[in-house]
Design a protein around this ligand. Sequence first.
Ligand code: CP
Length: 309
Amino acid sequence: MVTGGFKGRSIISIADFSREDIEYVLAIAKRLEGMKKKSGLLRDRIMATLFFEPSTRTRLSFESAMESLGGKVIGFADPNVSSYKKGESLYDTVRMVEQYCDVIVMRHFVEGAPRLAAESTTKPVLNAGDGANQHPSQTLLDLYTIQKTQGKLKGVKVAFVGDLKYGRTVHSLTIALSHFSPTFFFVSPPSLRIPSYYLEDLRQKKIPYKECEDVMEVMRQVDILYMTRIQQERFPDPADYEKVKNVYILKKEMLANAKVNMKILHPLPRVNEISTDVDTTPYAYYFQQAGNGIPIRQALLALVLGALK
Ligand code: CP
């Protein structure tokens, strides 16, 4: 990706972003947040949302972002009401939908499906999450949130907690933060460790990290505690999910020794990994984090559709 060259581009993997690309998108998001007259930026442009997996935040915030810039939205939230149910291929679906819209936002359970879609169309495709692989717009809003709460991206200490094997937001954010001299703590049960190739990449980049199983080992040290849901739908054997489903439940009393400005993030939805008594503490920031999806997705849509640069 070339900074300033987003027009017409697909956003498939955060690994395609340089540090400058990331900083550029965050700057555009900040500009949009402060912009009063933006409702005509994408007037008469159409976004298609093709969601082959459930979603609340990603789909609705993309739709809200598009409509707030004056655009229109078509699409489906459930593939079973589309011709996918009759056996239509992804390639054919994309070749049809591209004729009805200017940009495609796609979530799919198959890793790599959004890249295949992007290769099948001249319209920009925005990956809204593919299997356990990538969730680049979530990563950009996570980075925006870290920058807002910590006043910087450089040098932050981040603990990822929970399902680090299947959690695509962890994978994407690990890659992205690696541009900013982080320290990482990966807190998981042995069966849900982050895949070794992410660790190999960190070793090559000389980025310090530690793996452990007890969240209290790292509580005093971190600026960001990034909690994750155990991804039940990705376990091949339901019995394995049962063994780990309650492995981390963050409770208010566990935060007694946290840094004053530590923030708890979570891509959401949560199941039971953050007790609701945490919500009213100054550490809880996951609902504001979800809100940051609006300026980030406005920025991505405005950039790929060439409305801003
Ligand atoms: N964070 C996230 O991707 O949430 P949804 O699954 O609700 O879109």
